[in-house]
Design a protein. Structure first.
Length: 97
């Protein structure tokens, strides 16, 4: 019978890294939202170039949101796999193979 081994501290470190990346990207999204609002305000006051820049910055948000969601999902998957491994749950431990 093949034995499955997981270096739990290393996997927890990887999960923690994904969680940190998610938090960083959430902060980036909040900063982009502030920038977009400032640029829209400037565009309202007659600075036409600000409107174009605001549109460009808004196009950056969806891929960053998707990446943040993926990092959150990977963190959850790794954390759940650790729990399954520690509890001897073979069904839950099969997420990655």
């Amino acid at each position: 019978m093949n034995e499955v081994y997981m270096n739990v501290p290393d996997v927890q470190g990887i999960a923690s890294t994904f969680n940190t990346l998610n938090e960083v990207l959430q902060g980036v999204l909040k900063a982009l939202e502030v920038i977009v609002n400032l640029l829209k305000g400037a565009a309202f006051m007659g600075l036409v170039g600000a409107s174009a820049i605001a549109h460009f910055v808004e196009t950056l948000k969806p891929p960053i949101e998707q990446m943040a969601e993926k990092f959150q999902e990977l963190n959850k998957d790794l954390t759940d796999s650790i729990k399954a491994y520690e509890n001897g749950d073979q069904l839950g431990a099969t997420r990655f193979y």
